[in-house]
Design a protein. Sequence first.
Length: 172
Amino acid sequence: MIEDNRGDPRGFYFEDQHHDLDKFAGEWEGAGFGGYQWRTRIAVQKKANCNNSYLADALGLELSIKKDGKAAITPTRDLIPGTSFIQGFGLRWVKKQLSVDPNIYKVLFAYGVSDKPYRGTVEVLLYINATHDMIVIRRGYTIEIERSANIPDYIPPGGYLAEVCTLRRVKK
């Protein structure tokens, strides 16, 4: 009998066999919406724990977002245990192609109760260019936990796929 993971991935390991995630790894910086300065370190996490159900290779982002020298509220949930990295959750599925796009990666920016009134989640999409030296971060969907959810002002209100910031590679 052939074992598959459809419907219940518990115990499986989804390995990045083609090293699609490696091109995102490194240190990045740039300017974003609202005049915010972004610095991020992106690392490939091997066998990251996903929902206590399965293991997968994933990206982790360590963020610093500042304006006028003052730190902005950054996501506090979905941190990889024992680190300051926010865990990403995979390459973007493209319906028309019926496959993932190896140049677009999804990360949730989840703002928890400790950050009141920031109680919500914004999916961000990392679009890497063909030469792997620039990433454009775009806004994905938004989930507001409460009607009064206040998304930080470095996330543009322009809706789906609005540009959040452009990052340039500083170090591989």
